[in-house]
Write a protein of this length. Structure first.
Length: 300
């Protein structure tokens, strides 16, 4: 695995995350808290994988999901007496690292970063989400850990879940995704090369046309493939709730682990779609799902 902390999206926040690493390493007991939603689950399990690989003592707790907390309510967590609280907070405002308030616990929140991309090294700004941060911390805590490697393909999934892709090109998502591809964590393939993509991710997509395209894909040249894909997704271009950047990811950049029939984002989509609405059920569901995810590295 490559060290995410030295990759472009982490340059602005590297020192901050190294400080968090030192704090975690010095603690005999970790209290790991996250909301009972898909983003909280992904961030929590990234760190939990490293704790399991290294034998760190910890306790896990799922908090009410973002949608279960009244808009005008904000509670400050109480640090435990017998260890370090690590709070994963996916829906907190995006902070500049030099403006983070001092706290007596580790608060993992979205961070503003800049990334230089392309041959001209143009600077673009974005947000580094909590899942990617937890993945970087996890790999630093346990560089060769079996469970850390198992969950590694989902390191960029939190960026996918954020709203940035719904409005514009997200340089942070693209850069983290490409780092994971270059290290061999997954392959990036176009939609027809995914055997069983989740239905419903692209509005207006004809499943019949997709299956027909999948059958003939290997016999087509590059121009024929491009033309056929353009025709396939044409109805989606007129859908008001799907941005062009997200559509491009769904069509051309599906992340596939090994020979899996289902791509990473299809797994995340189906998991989020089936999440319980009830607060209590959501917490139980998150805990059970975290256990199975840590064992298998896939969402069932």
């Amino acid at each position: 695995m490559k060290d995410l902390l030295i990759s472009p999206p982490f340059i602005d926040v590297k020192e901050h995350l190294i400080q968090l690493l030192d704090t975690i390493r010095q603690s005999e007991m970790i209290h790991l808290h996250a909301p009972a939603d898909i983003s909280g689950l992904l961030g929590l399990t990234m760190l939990e994988a490293a704790f399991l690989d290294t034998g760190v003592q910890y306790r896990r707790r799922f908090l009410p999901a973002h949608q279960h907390i009244p808009r005008d309510e904000r509670t400050e967590p109480t640090a435990p007496k017998d260890g370090l609280l690590v709070l994963i907070d996916p829906f907190e405002e995006t902070w500049k690292v030099d403006e983070l308030p001092s706290r007596d616990y580790v608060h993992i929140t979205p961070l503003a970063v800049s990334v230089r991309i392309g041959s001209n090294q143009i600077e673009r700004r974005g947000a580094l989400d909590v899942v990617a941060q937890c993945a970087a911390l996890s790999a630093a805590l346990s560089p060769n850990g079996s469970k850390v490697r198992l969950l590694r393909p989902f390191a960029s999934s939190g960026l996918w879940l954020r709203e940035a892709l719904d409005t514009t090109f997200d340089p942070v998502h693209t850069t983290v995704r490409d780092v994971l591809r270059e290290e061999g964590t997954f392959r990036i393939v176009p939609l027809p090369e995914v055997s069983s993509p989740a239905q419903g991710m692209i509005p207006g997509l004809s499943d019949r046309m997709l299956k027909r395209l999948q059958k003939g894909w290997n016999t087509m040249d590059a121009d024929s493939r491009s033309s056929a894909l353009s025709e396939l997704v044409l109805p989606a271009l007129e859908h008001p709730n799907l941005s062009t950047p997200r559509l491009e990811e769904l069509v051309w950049h599906r992340m596939v682990i090994g020979t899996s029939d289902v791509d990473v984002m299809s797994q995340v989509y189906l998991t989020e779609k089936s999440w319980p609405k009830d607060e209590k059920e959501a917490k139980i569901h998150a805990s059970n799902l975290a256990d199975s995810f840590l064992k298998s590295g896939i969402f069932h």
